[in-house]
Write a protein that binds this ligand. Structure first.
Ligand code: MSP
Length: 477
């Protein structure tokens, strides 16, 4: 078992609307990894939060007729409360309007400046507010941003530039030395070829904006939202904390991978700070093939799904159904199928049967039969391997393999008909031990379910005593 520090982050989300299941997906992925490491004995820091210093915050506040501060306070609270309801095990919730962040951004900017990597220049280009980024002419479709279906605005102003182009070779060397830096691997290839094609310097400030962190010593400029937002990962644990132990994993979506895998490491190199261990990127959840997005308006509310399928039902579906890194089309039909099939009939039924049969016995003791010990060891090994590769669906499949093994054993042995006390009690000891192992592996994925089964499975020293349990996953019609 590894034991050490583990620091994982989600993106900080824009607050122009409430969370949808796309955001919940990225956050749940980070949560599973955080819980997985915690289970292995690591001391986990898990940071999430909100990105407030964006133009879209100002626009949304105006649209709601609210003062900007009041709007951001309200929305920050709403985001945090969604993560609480979904039982996300974050250890820090960061807002980019907090003094601790503003200070860190100031320090960071001063470091880039001291390295000679910031200079003033004129910028002209097409700005997409949905992306909070400039787009190239050739990225547009009929003059519109293809992702947000909006027309970018033409901007011409004096900005501070970050000398990203200086870091092209250093980045490529770094990628070479760290073949795991970006996962899944096909995404890493995209990043590498992007950098190989040549990097342009990026605009790192905006002129004359009312909202955002002012550039140190130049209050007519505010720091560009990304140059500010990325630094949140440091603000969360402090500069010293980052120097001692930078993020192990930044979990993001594929839309913001370049910011995290290209610009962010270059910023850190410039600032003389250590680089994160890995950036992992999920694909998009789509509806009928179109990206789910608050800008487009085709969103599904995670709280609504969680109310009907449970937090664990939502987690299970997202992690099992969508291969990590790829896009996945959301449909409630598929969700229902997974829920009724794998959870209600599969795990729920198996756990209920074992607990009910064993509850009729005195404390169960014995020695685990070899086939069971092997099933558990194989499960643990496969799940660990799959988790290291971020193959969440396959890790779950390895656990479900053990459930099927147990189910088959119950059916073949017809435990409920076994009259020989010694044989029946040995069989039930095997099954209860199997269930215990399954629950331990499942806990990072389905924490609430694992806790319920765990409560009904009392392991006392060498023995196990069980209780019957309420239905874990009531069927959904
Ligand atoms: N504020 C920036 C991130 C700054 S991080 C230093 C931002 N915010 S966002 O609110 O637009 O959300 C970003 C992330 O939400 C995406 O990278 C992705 O992880 C997640 N998703 C948003 N829509 C999604 C889908 N439709 N599907 C899957 N994930 C999605 O960008």
């Amino acid at each position: 078992m590894s034991s050490g520090k583990f620091y994982i982050t989600t993106p900080i989300y824009y607050i122009n609307d409430k969370p949808h299941i796309g955001h919940a997906y990225t956050t749940i992925v980070a949560d599973v990894l955080a819980r997985w490491r915690e289970r292995r004995g690591d001391q986990v820091s898990f940071s999430t939060g909100v990105d407030e210093n964006a133009q879209k915050t100002v626009d949304a506040a105006k649209k709601n007729n609210e003062e900007i501060r009041a709007y951001t306070d309200r929305m920050a609270e709403q985001w945090e409360s969604v993560w609480k309801t979904l039982r996300i095990s974050y250890t820090d919730f960061i807002r980019t309007t907090e003094p601790r962040h503003v200070e860190t951004v100031n320090d960071f900017w001063t470091r880039l400046d001291a390295a000679g990597d910031l200079y003033k220049g004129k910028y002209e280009g097409l700005y997409c507010k949905g992306h909070e980024a400039f787009l190239n002419e050739d990225e547009l479709v009929d003059g519109m941003c293809p992702e947000h279906k909006t027309k970018p605005e033409f901007v011409s102003e004096e900005n501070y530039y970050f000398a990203l182009s200086k870091y092209q070779d250093k980045l490529l060397e770094f990628y070479e030395a760290h073949p795991e830096f970006v996962a899944p691997a096909n995404r890493f290839n995209e990043v590498k070829s992007f950098v190989e094609r040549g990097l342009e310097d990026v605009s790192f400030s905006r002129e004359g904006k009312e909202w955002g962190i002012p550039v140190p010593n130049d209050p007519h400029q505010v720091i560009y939202v990304w140059a500010d937002a990325l630094v949140n990962y440091i603000s969360s644990i402090g500069l010293e904390g980052w120097e001692e132990h930078p993020a192990d994993i930044h979990a993001v979506g594929k839309d913001i991978l370049r910011f995290h895998a290209v610009i962010w490491p270059a910023m850190l190199m410039s600032a003389g700070l250590p680089l994160p261990g890995q950036v992992i990127a999920n694909g998009f959840l789509t509806i009928g093939g179109t990206k789910m997005s608050k800008t487009i308006g085709n969103v599904v509310d995670p709280l609504d799904l969680a109310a009907r399928y449970g937090n664990d039902g939502l987690r299970y579906f997202l992690l099992r159904e969508v291969p990590y890194g790829e896009d996945g089309d959301f449909s409630e039909e598929k969700m229902k199928e997974r829920y009724n099939g794998d959870l209600a009939n599969g795990l729920g039924n198996f756990a209920a049967r074992v607990l009910a049969l064993a509850a009729k016995e005195e404390i169960l003791t014995g020695t685990l039969e070899a086939a069971f010990a092997k099933t558990l060891a194989d499960m643990e090994k496969a799940a660990t391997q799959k988790m290291n590769d971020f193959k969440f669906g396959d890790a779950l499949a390895a656990i479900w393999h053990a459930i099927s093994f147990g189910d088959k054993y119950v059916n073949e042995k017809k435990i409920w008909e076994m009259e020989d006390d010694v044989r029946r009690r040995q069989a039930l000891f095997n099954l209860a031990s199997l269930l215990e192992g399954i629950v331990a592996a499942l806990a990072p994925f389905l924490p609430e379910t694992a806790a319920k089964i765990g409560d009904a499975l009392d392991c006392e020293g060498e023995g196990i005593k069980t209780k019957k349990i309420d239905i874990l996953f009531p069927r959904v019609k």
